[in-house]
Design a protein around this ligand. Structure first.
Ligand SMILES: Cc1cc2nc3c(=O)[nH]c(=O)nc-3n(C[C@H](O)[C@H](O)[C@H](O)COP(=O)(O)OP(=O)(O)OC[C@H]3O[C@@H](n4cnc5c(N)ncnc54)[C@H](O)[C@@H]3O)c2cc1C
Length: 806
């Protein structure tokens, strides 16, 4: 065992091998893989080997597309057999809703540059002649998907890595770590100790336990997963595509003249909750025929040849699943030099190639070339430390692996984790709750007599009309919105102004009482964080960011805090509830219960003031995310309930009402406000996003300044555009739809929805600047249907003049 390496990777599955391969390929050959068994001896060796590409996020799809392009050439590069076959994947639809989902997928694929076309049941049968078409009403085919031998792929990646200088230590178990401050300095193994600069936890379902050893939370849960392998089936044609028959919960692939068939039962079985048995290496679990029986019965209907063919074996292998069904990648926020790549939810073979590249870039360049927020480890919060939460939610997610993914679908398990002090008050008023980052948040309010339940549909849902009423109330009167789930930080200390000004693209060094909307950019000018910074004292800043972005944003801030800087950052989310009082009558309502002046002179837009509301001391900020006059009230938690009562009572004569998060979404689309994770991400800079007004290039220095200066001079290349559909009836969009001009695909919808005040369906998306200004010819493709669209100014509504701008 050598005593030092630049990067130590724990785990010799497909993830570890791929990370080593890509690090070495990018020129970092001082890489070591430590594996307690032999390569592939975790989940990798018993995977079925289907390689699909389409996910709902463009960049995650791109990551999987990259895997395919890598696997196509790996055998030629390394000389090792990978079993890669570009056989295509056939998706079956047994219900109209499933067919719509496939059409939605085909549209999304088109916007991502992937071919997926809708075909008839007969065409599906031609591709997979051994199936029964019973109940099948349509299908989709993605020709570039494939299948591979997972062990072969991993061995080839490992060989590609060692050919470039990486080293692999098998039969070597990691038993501990040495730390200095927030860094791991060395990895302790049963064969000796190895010092390192960077450590990667790619230990599959063991990543949770390895994480515990290093103080990093890796919220995954091993689940049993089974597939059946048949003997040779006489007459089975060669070159069959893989199949996903999700309505029957099944997948198939062809293997040496027989079929591999598996699926996702609704009642998955978690495994090894008290720890994975010590000697569990290159092992399977006992086949559970009884548990598999419903899947087998469904499979015999879909592929009747299974009734007579001999079963060669039933494979039962454990695999790491996560509470949101996505894998876990990126820098662990708890440590300075640790990365995680684990929890692949049974798509680790498909994701492995791309995940290795993303991780290698992250390690060497400090960021991946693709922004992959849906997979980022910093999407998890403190509540993900709870094994009970992880188990309950992951169990539900496992059972939904193949169920229809409905727009706005909420999960039922592990609910009520974080509740605003207004939770019960709003529930009594009809709040229908959704969950985000553990918080219960009112999605909409069911009026008396209306069932407080979400209808799951791809069409206009039951809540559409009621959200419309909330939306109009916010535009015409005054509404109260509980936004307690906002993440809030306090940054303070003598050097806090200079420290924050070095991070922020906007100038935050303004007089006390100023509130500044700003992006924190990376060296390329890409938007890492999008937040509001209020200066509440000379050396004290109150930072507000979106509900789910707290861990990510505080990690970005913390990592850029130079040692010995006189500034601290603390999370004060739980200390303040937030009520947003907004709408044209909001000032009149505020005036009724505060002795402090709230007129425009005393309290102008973009300012914050400490005021008294009823009996409560409150920080009020004059801004909203909906494009109306309004006040965000940051209320010490214990006062919030009373403040709400006061506002509600005083607001009766102004016809005050409640509004929820679905109304916020449609209101912000009308006003052109951007959302980080949709319009904003490290892939885009403020000039592309139409936020150039937030970039203070005249400031002395800040991260990304040079890049942004250059972009401003040379032009941004892309620009965020707003469209409305030309049809008059309301349609909901969900993001991922295709934007085209005269049939040429130009972009993808980042956010879409219905603007209830302007009476139009709205979509946003980035277009190359040279294609952004046609007077006609634009279209948005929705469920494979092409709908004419019109390019609009970026805000459709002007609150000052109460004017619709289209
Ligand atoms: C039945 C089944 C079918 C599947 N089918 C598919 C499929 O069709 N398509 C697809 O894309 N995915 C599929 N998967 C998922 C896929 O197998 C996994 O996602 C993937 O193999 C995970 O790879 P990994 O490298 O993250 O983990 P692993 O392969 O588990 O590798 C982790 C490694 O870490 C090592 N390790 C752990 N602890 C230590 C320690 N202390 N010291 C040193 N080494 C350690 C382990 O020995 C192990 O080799 C399937 C999984 C199962 C179970």
């Amino acid at each position: 065992m050598q005593d030092h390496a630049q990067v130590v990777i724990i785990g010799g599955g497909i993830a570890g091998a791929s990370i080593a391969y890509h690090l070495a390929q990018m020129g970092c050959s001082d890489v070591v893989i430590i594996e307690k068994g032999e390569l592939t001896s975790g989940s990798t060796w018993h995977a079925a080997g289907l390689v699909g590409q389409l996910r709902s996020s463009r960049n995650v799809t791109r990551m999987l597309q990259y895997s395919v392009s890598l696997y196509e050439n790996l055998e030629a590069e390394t000389g090792l057999t990978t079993g890669w076959k570009r056989c295509g994947c056939l998706h079956l639809a047994g219900t109209p809703a499933r067919l719509l989902e496939l059409k939605k997928g085909a549209t999304t694929a088109r916007s991502f540059g992937l071919d997926m076309h809708i075909i008839s049941p007969q065409e599906a049968l031609d591709l997979f002649p051994v199936m029964s078409l019973d109940g099948i009403i349509g299908a989709a085919f993605m020709p570039s998907d494939g299948q591979a031998d997972p062990s072969g792929l991993t061995m080839a990646l490992a060989k590609g890595a060692t050919n470039r200088g990486a080293r692999i230590y098998q039969h070597t178990r990691v038993t501990g770590f040495k730390f200095k401050g927030n860094r791991i300095t060395a990895v302790v193994t049963d064969k000796g100790m190895i010092q390192c600069e960077t450590i990667v936890n790619a230990a599959g379902m063991w990543a949770r336990e390895i994480g515990r050893m290093m103080g990093v939370n890796v919220p995954l849960v091993p689940f049993q997963h089974q597939f059946l392998v048949t003997e040779t089936i006489e007459g089975l044609p060669p070159g069959l595509p893989t199949i996903r028959d999700k309505d029957s919960l099944l997948y198939y692939k062809e293997e040496v003249g027989g079929l591999v068939m598996g699926g996702y039962e609704p009642n998955g079985i978690p495994w090894a909750q008290d720890g994975i048995p010590k000697g569990f290496t290159q092992q399977l679990l006992e086949p559970d025929f009884d548990h598999f029986e419903p899947l087998a019965a469904a499979a015999m209907k879909r592929t009747p040849c299974l009734e007579t063919v001999e079963v060669a074996r039933l494979v039962n292998g454990p695999e790491a699943f996560t509470p949101d069904g996505n894998c876990i990648l990126g820098p662990a926020p708890e440590l300075e030099n640790c990365f995680v790549a684990a929890g692949f939810n049974a798509f680790g073979i498909a994701a492995g190639g791309g995940a290795g590249k993303v991780l290698a870039e992250w390690i060497l360049a400090g960021e991946p070339s693709l922004a992959i927020w849906p997979l980022d480890i910093r999407r998890f919060g403190k509540y993900h430390h709870s094994p009970a939460y992880n188990l309950d939610r992951t169990r539900e997610i496992y059972g939904k692996h193949y169920t229809i993914s409905w727009p706005n679908e909420e999960h039922h398990s592990a609910r009520g984790v974080r509740r605003s002090p207004l939770y019960h008050q709003l529930k009594e008023k009809g709040a229908v709750y959704g969950s985000k980052f553990g918080w219960e948040r009112a999605s909409w309010f069911a009026p008396p007599g209306v069932e407080p339940e979400d209808e799951l549909t791809f069409g206009l849902p039951n809540w559409f009309r009621h959200v419309g009423n909330e939306h109009r109330a916010a535009r015409e009167k005054v509404v109260l919105i509980d936004q307690t789930s906002f993440c809030k930080f306090m940054v303070e200390g003598p050097q806090s102004p200079s420290f924050l000004n070095r991070l922020a693209a906007n100038n935050i060094d303004r007089p006390v009482g100023s509130v500044v909307y700003t992006q924190l950019c990376n060296d390329r000018g890409g938007i890492e964080c999008d937040l509001t910074i209020a200066r509440i004292a000379a050396n004290r800043f109150f930072i507000v960011t979106g509900t789910a972005f707290g861990v990510h944003d505080s990690d970005w801030i913390q990592r850029h805090l130079p040692p010995d800087t006189a500034a601290t950052i603390s999370d004060v989310t739980s200390a303040y509830a937030v009520i947003n009082v907004c709408g044209p009558l909001s000032r009149r309502l505020m005036e009724k219960i505060t002795p402090d002046p709230v007129d425009n002179n005393a309290f102008p837009f973009g300012q914050c003031r400490q005021i008294t509301l009823g009996y409560a001391p409150v920080w009020a900020m004059r801004l909203t995310y909906i494009g109306e006059l309004g006040f965000e009230l940051y209320i010490p938690t214990e006062y919030a309930s009373q403040v709400y009562e006061r506002l509600w009572e005083a607001g009766q004569e102004l016809e005050v009402s409640n509004a929820g998060y679905r109304a916020i979404e449609s209101l912000r689309l009308e006003k052109g406000y951007r959302y980080w994770g949709a319009e904003l991400s490290p892939d885009y800079n403020p000039y592309q996003a139409g936020l150039g007004f937030c970039v203070a290039l005249d400031k002395e220095n800040f991260i990304g300044r040079e890049a942004l200066r250059k972009i401003k001079i040379e032009g941004p290349g892309l620009t965020l555009c707003c469209f409305t559909l030309d049809i008059s009836e309301p349609r909901l969009l969900f993001g991922g739809e295709t934007i085209s001009h005269n049939g040429n695909v130009l972009g993808v919808v980042t956010s879409g929805g219905y603007g209830h005040f302007v009476g139009k369906t709205i979509a946003y998306g980035y277009l190359p600047i040279e294609h952004a200004n046609y007077s006609e010819g634009y279209a948005i493709e929705v469920f494979t249907e092409t709908l004419a669209a019109t390019r609009q100014p970026s805000a459709l509504y002007d609150p000052e003049r109460k004017k619709i701008l289209i």
